[in-house]
Write a protein that binds this ligand. Sequence first.
Ligand code: ASP
Length: 424
Amino acid sequence: MRSIPLHTRMLIGFVVGAGLGLLANFLFADAAWLDVTVRYVADPVGQVFLRLLFMLVVPLVFSALVLGVVEIGDPRSLGRIGGKTLVFILVVTSIAVTIGLICVNVLQPGRGLPPEVGQALLAETSQRAAQIAGAREGLSGMDLLINIVPRNPVASAANGDLIGVMFFSLMFGIAAAVLRTEGTHTFVKSVQGIYDICLKLIGWVIALAPYAVAALLFSITAKLGLDVLVQLARFVGTVVLALSIHFFVVFPLLVKVVGKMSPLAFFRAAQPAILTAFSTSSSSATLPTTLKVAEENLGVPRRVARFVCTLGATANMNGTALFEGVTVLFLAQFFGVELSLVQQVTILVLCILGGIGAAGVPGGSLPVIAMILVMFGIPAEGIGLILGVDRFLDMCRTCVNVTGDLVGAVVIGQGEPEHLAEAA
Ligand code: ASP
């Protein structure tokens, strides 16, 4: 079994889980044993997997954000270029998430299940989530804004308040970047250690995904039958469409207008990095190729390429942020959770930060998505639904992530005097 690649095992998990679930739904829909199997076998396996993902969110998001900010704010790593990179990341990621949110609102891929079914699932799967949703319903836009600042960061972490954790991490990172003492250096090194450990743990958790996929898909298809798969196909279509718009419209425009380069020449030069991203599903694993492409094929000054691509591999994730937004809204539609405009804007902000906070490894965005779902009262079990098709979407969004880093390198390198390259 070990010799079969992980993504193939995930696909097998998907087919086995969905196949058995559908069979059970057709043949034994009302059988008591089916209920028992779902409740005592499939659900617990899925739950353990989801809990492992949740377990990693706080240390991962904290360490990724602190490291990202420290790197941008480090005067030695080119303060001015750092500033430009930050603006690039924030603006282009916002565009990506907005495209995703527009597509999912227009196409409504999650609608279609009768509302009672969605509500029943919602009540059944996540009482806690529903409570949180209830507690948030009464909040006005102003309250949401004030609540960005946590009263107590430990309480935010304990209550799953991701915005509070993110705000605290950003502040911490800024202070650590400004204060350059031996103590802060040691601290940043330890945070790097935490980040590396989190990456290792994610690898282990994702290795369990094939079993979780089978379990989570079995329980949902056994309950809902074929409709779920139709919904899933619509979800895949929406993600691919939104990613394509960003890839084929936004990137070429940026390259042409701001980077002053022919988009065709850009894509031709970027090809090795795009192909590596597609086959590894990991921005971090693609980094050596990205650097080579930026310096040698695209002629970006060395210091700019180094800085933008290295930072971008973990912090500039257009595809991931877009995917997070589409997934959260799709699952909200699927479970019949209504989200107001203010809530959608909050999701937009969370996804932009989520793109920075996610790790550049296969499935790196899953912990962040799980956490955002819970924040809005959407059952995290929904992750099980998308896991089965996640590998393919991961390949596509990683291409967008890596291409985004190269676009950033070209755009930021454009205004830089050549002597910077020589000074490196
Ligand atoms: N696999 C993505 C990357 O490495 C992260 C993710 O969205 O899961 O860029």
